[in-house]
Design a protein around this ligand. Structure first.
Ligand code: LLP
Length: 416
């Protein structure tokens, strides 16, 4: 559940009228709801009950420091994939000791930075990476806490670009090879084997693939215990889906509880890495209809947001609801393709949507809080959108709209 609702004919974000927000800050505008973020975070946290656990929010979903700070205040951990994400977490007041570091290609300087800051664990994705972490830790005379990210070869049943747990994916270590690599890791001088990790994909709408993956992981945990390699945590990754259209994913509570229940008899800490399930429906992208246009039999609404602001529809053919900010009873209802001003046929935000609109109206693209702004770019030299967070009746600018000067910041002319 989120806090974006109509009051009569006007869309509200918590207690703020979205039209007013757009007037104050301009468009395109990302609007996040603090109450929604907190509610979703608590759903994960509470479902695990008394089981020792840590919710490590996946920073890549939305890495604005105000968003991270809201979760840091709740005591959240963080799942990061780069030095930049770790720096953001620290800047936002997050605790390095609650950070897990995922990703297939950590560079030596990133490993050193994370060691220096004292993160909780490196999720290691290959034998080569394990060697690299050992070397960096040895040079720094430190011990690196690690888990191996195993690839359980489970079909997540999601879009191929966001499926990660299959043999053919680049992620993780084949579960069949992991046993030997654990034994090797256990013998390394500057490595402390702590846990096991898996992440099978994103936008999963069933619990079963998670449980199947967990069964395979637990079989390995038991095999390792037989050779005296005892793990203190299991990281089940992220991946829980949300409702964009008519999907019916399990509630975070149901998902988190199903997993916690499976581990009930084990003396092991549980880590979750949710990104989308916390942030997607905690944000909308507000855009103004610039022009309406009809080509033969197709109607287009050309809006001021584009694929550079929200790439999910173009990249994954993702469907996100597009709704009128003020219900317009007067305008004719027509079926529109909602497109941006970018010079690409793939620049659309939604196709064949029934809307009653005229030029100048505002639209809200729902479920844009995750993988929206964080995947945005400056393509077509478009300054990045502003981001605000509402908190009850108040709203706060958490990222100013980019200026033109920022577009070429760091660039320079040739001397002659
Ligand atoms: N942990 C790891 C290691 C991950 O790779 C990811 C996401 C997560 C956690 C968080 O997954 P979530 O709970 O958000 O599903 N840009 C795509 C999604 C890419 C997901 C990448 N990894 C999209 O917009 O659909």
């Amino acid at each position: 559940m989120d806090f974006f609702n109509y009051k009569n004919t006007s869309l509200y974000a918590e207690d703020c009228a979205v039209t007013k927000l757009a007037k104050q800050h301009g468009t395109p505008l990302y609007v996040y709801s603090r109450a929604t973020i907190e509610r979703h975070w608590h759903a994960f946290d509470q479902a695990a009950g008394d089981k020792p656990h840590l919710v490590c929010y996946a920073v890549k979903a939305n890495s604005n420091i105000a968003v991270l700070n809201v979760m840091a205040r709740l005591g959240s951990g963080f799942d990061i994939v780069s030095k930049g994400e770790l720096a953001r977490v620290l800047q936002a007041g997050g605790d390095a000791r609650k950070v897990v570091f995922s990703g297939v290609g950590k560079k030596s300087d990133e490993i050193a930075f994370a060691l220096e800051k004292g993160i909780y664990c490196f999720n290691v994705e290959s034998a080569a990476e394990l060697t690299r972490i050992q070397q960096v830790a040895e040079r720094m005379k430190m011990i690196a806490p690690i888990s191996l990210r195993v690839n359980p070869d489970v079909d997540a049943g999601t879009h191929p670009y966001i499926s990660t747990g299959l043999k053919e994916n680049k992620f993780g270590i084949s579960i069949d090879d992991a046993f030997e690599l654990y034994q090797h890791a256990n013998g390394l001088s500057n490595i402390a084997v702590k846990g096991i990790d898996c992440h099978i994909g994103s936008q999963l709408t069933e619990v079963q693939p998670f449980l199947d993956a967990l069964d395979r992981v637990l079989a390995l945990v038991d095999r390792l215990a037989e050779v005296n390699i005892t793990l203190s945590h299991i990281d089940v990754g992220g991946g829980l889906g949300v409702c964009y259209n008519n999907e019916t994913p399990p509630h975070p509570n149901e998902y988190a509880k199903a997993i916690a229940d499976k581990l009930a008899d084990r003396d092991i800490t549980l880590i979750y890495e949710p990104g989308r399930a916390i942030m997607a429906n905690a944000g909308i992208l507000v855009t103004e209809v610039e022009l309406l246009k009809t080509n033969q039999d197709r109607h287009f609404a050309i809006v001021d947001a584009a694929m550079n602001d929200l790439i999910r529809p173009s990249l994954y053919q993702a469907w996100q609801a597009i709704i009128e900010v003020e219900k317009n009873e007067v305008a004719d209802k027509k079926t529109y393709d909602i497109v941006g001003p970018i010079c690409e046929t793939g620049d659309f935000l939604g196709k064949a949507r029934e809307l009653s609109i005229v030029a100048g109206d505002l639209l809200a693209i729902r479920s844009s809080g995750a993988y929206g702004f964080s995947m945005s770019s400056n393509y077509n030299s478009r300054p990045k959108a502003a981001e605000i967070m509402v908190d009850g009746k108040e709203n706060h600018l958490i990222r100013a709209r980019e200026t033109l000067e920022q577009l070429w910041q760091g660039e320079s002319l040739l001397p002659k």
